[in-house]
Design a protein around this ligand. Structure first.
Ligand SMILES: Cc1cc2nc3c(=O)[nH]c(=O)nc-3n(C[C@H](O)[C@H](O)[C@H](O)COP(=O)(O)OP(=O)(O)OC[C@H]3O[C@@H](n4cnc5c(N)ncnc54)[C@H](O)[C@@H]3O)c2cc1C
Length: 413
């Protein structure tokens, strides 16, 4: 049994940012990591993936991008090197190849079982990621057996897919990126789109991520909005990081030859029933995109910078094919593989502490978990809109490290 003040579970950006703050505060700690630093990026992403956030926005406590392409988008291998270097320069005490198998609450503190032995700690930071499991809807159970079914966590490239047509389900960042890449490889692709969030890559000469930061959207706090539950469930933005800074949306995919259909409503006898909600979902996405652009225009005007940027403009509304299919027969051989890009969820199967709500989510207040001395990091809109992004780890870790330190002082007193 080993004893330490704080255990951080996970050495992704969240765990590393927290470690940096604990080091600054001289709190002894260890990061237990089942793989190596940046394991999720190394093992759970597809080959061609680039960040959709610009390089300058990969800021971590005491560390920033210093390369020659601040407006570019890192490839996965570059993200891994970036985080590995951060772990080195920050001296993060990572114990890699150590899988946490159980966490149990004690009278004070926690007992952490791993496949490399047991630990005890006073405070615990769960930084094990928000995207450990790909969420697959129940309808997948009814797929005809000859249709291959996979999730983005196992997709690597178009060449590794079975021959034939592909259906991608879900039109958030992951779904639209996979549909684009697979279509570009020459396959027939159908994309099933439900609620989605459309944004341009560049507006009035600047990256949309730059604008969202400028107008304060990324720093919006969880306790300053009306419906944080809804905000935490919102789909990710339709964005892709490419050297050409292209837009990716249903219009661009349609032009590239992707067939767009609505949300999957059910399946009967191998036939997918498609909801007729596509026009509504697209109208809503267009409306929300325009609202964002209005906010940007208003910010430019109110800050007296109208002459500093190109003129305001709007993008083509999403075009809907009037013959959009409402039934797709999976028995007719046109689709051979379905990829479920329908979201991700965390895996807390090892967390044996009663901190869950009835949907299995950790109960927390801005990352302060409903158990003494326990914290969570990296969840969507956890403390701020940027919480689940690389750029969000620094501020959240600073806040939570301060809370943790206070708790330790109280304990000592
Ligand atoms: C496809 C995709 C693309 C994304 N693109 C971007 C982007 O462009 N820009 C951006 O800012 N964000 C992006 N994100 C969001 C976010 O930055 C990543 O999900 C990031 O990996 C989250 O970092 P994290 O440290 O919170 O979690 P993770 O990186 O998932 O780190 C958690 C760590 O915990 C370890 N772990 C888990 N369980 C255990 C256990 N039981 N025992 C020991 N170790 C364990 C894992 O191995 C992992 O290393 C993307 C996410 C996805 C899924």
């Amino acid at each position: 049994m080993r004893y330490i003040t704080t255990i951080i579970i996970g050495a992704g950006q969240s765990g590393l940012a927290m470690s940096m703050h604990l080091t600054d505060r001289s709190i002894d700690h260890v990061l237990l990591e089942r793989g190596e630093v940046a394991n999720s990026w190394q093992t759970e992403r597809w080959d061609s993936l680039r960040l959709l956030t610009p390089n300058w926005q990969s800021r971590l406590p005491g560390y920033a991008y210093e390369g020659s392409d601040p407006d570019g988008f890192m490839k996965v291998a570059e993200v891994v090197s970036y985080l590995t270097r951060y772990a080195d320069v920050s001296g993060a005490p990572v114990q890699s190849r150590t899988k946490v198998t159980r966490v149990r609450q004690l009278d004070t503190g926690y007992e952490v079982s791993t496949d490399q032995g047991m630990w005890r700690c006073q405070t615990l930071v769960v930084a094990s990621g928000a995207c450990n499991i790909a969420t697959v809807p129940a309808v997948a159970m009814g797929l005809p057996p000859k249709i291959a079914s996979l999730t983005p966590m196992h997709y690597r490239n178009p060449e590794s897919l079975p021959e034939g047509g592909i259906m991608v389900v879900g039109a958030s960042a992951t779904g639209v990126q996979l549909a684009r890449e697979i279509r570009a490889s020459g396959r027939n692709v159908v994309l099933a789109a439900g609620e989605h969030v459309r944004v341009p890559r560049v507006y009035r000469g600047r990256d949309i991520k730059w604008w969202m930061e400028a107008i304060g959207a990324m720093d919006l706090r969880y306790d300053a909005i009306d419906d944080v539950d809804r905000a935490r469930r919102l789909p990710s933005l339709q964005l892709i990081g490419t050297p050409g800074r292209e837009n990716i949306d249903l219009n661009s995919l349609r032009k590239a030859g992707v067939e767009i259909v609505g949300r999957i409503a059910g399946m009967r006898d191998g036939k997918l029933q498609i909801s007729a909600s596509l026009p509504n979902h697209c109208a809503l996405a267009d409306l929300k995109m325009n609202r964002l652009l209005v906010s940007i225009d208003a910010w430019i005007l109110s800050s007296g910078q109208e002459d500093c940027f190109p003129a305001s403009h709007r993008f083509e509304p999403t075009e809907i094919d009037p013959h959009t299919r409402l039934v797709i027969d999976l028995n007719d051989g046109s689709v051979k593989t379905v990829i479920w890009a329908t979201g991700y969820s965390p895996d807390y199967s090892w967390l044996d502490v009663p901190v869950f709500d009835r949907k299995g989510r950790i109960r927390h207040n801005g990352g302060v978990v409903a158990a003494p001395g326990m914290y969570v990091m990296g969840l969507p809109f956890m403390r701020r809109r940027k919480s689940s992004f690389i750029d969000g780890a620094a501020d959240d870790a600073a806040d939570l490290a301060a809370h943790l330190t206070l708790g330790l002082r109280r304990l000592a007193a």
